[in-house]
Design a binder for this molecule. Structure first.
Ligand code: DQA
Length: 142
């Protein structure tokens, strides 16, 4: 099974960025941890991060008909990007939404996800484990 794990704006600064919320591990460390997780041993995973909405949309387009699933932490794009929402639908890549933090226990604007309804499921609030919960969900669905 081919999977893409996509991280949006500011997630390249994990480890430095608000560590009390997002933890002290870098995105590279988290990606390596996911790559080596036993749940992922039979998966072909392509990791992608961008701070640009357009680059993320282009990446999803480029992976249509190529990958089976996407695990997406869209960062703040989650809360306002209808373009990203449309890209998830247009690319027809079944996508699971994930967040490190509990978006329901923070500022009000984070409680709304404009991508939630076009995603298979939403996982949040468990740090890097949220990504694995997303992958587990995909493996149980397939
Ligand atoms: C986030 C939550 C978003 O509200 C925020 O903008 C992020 C990270 C998370 O992983 O908890 O950049 O998606």
């Amino acid at each position: 099974m081919k999977l893409i794990i996509v991280n949006g704006p500011n997630l390249n600064l994990l480890g430095e960025r608000e560590p009390e919320i997002y933890g002290r591990e870098s995105l590279e460390q988290i990606n390596t941890w996911i790559r080596n997780h036993e749940l992922c041993k039979d998966l072909v995973i392509d990791f992608f991060q961008s701070n640009s909405e357009g680059e993320i949309i282009d990446f999803l387009h480029s992976k249509r008909n190529i990958v089976d699933y996407c695990v997406l932490n869209a960062g703040a794009l989650t809360h306002y990007s209808y373009a990203l929402r449309d890209a998830i639908v247009s690319s027809q890549i079944p996508t699971v939404e994930v967040h490190l933090s509990n978006i329901y226990k923070r500022e009000n604007f984070r409680k709304n996800s404009v991508i939630k309804n076009v995603c298979m499921e939403q996982f949040y609030g468990e740090g890097k484990q949220s990504y694995i919960n997303g992958i587990k969900h995909i493996l149980e669905k397939k």
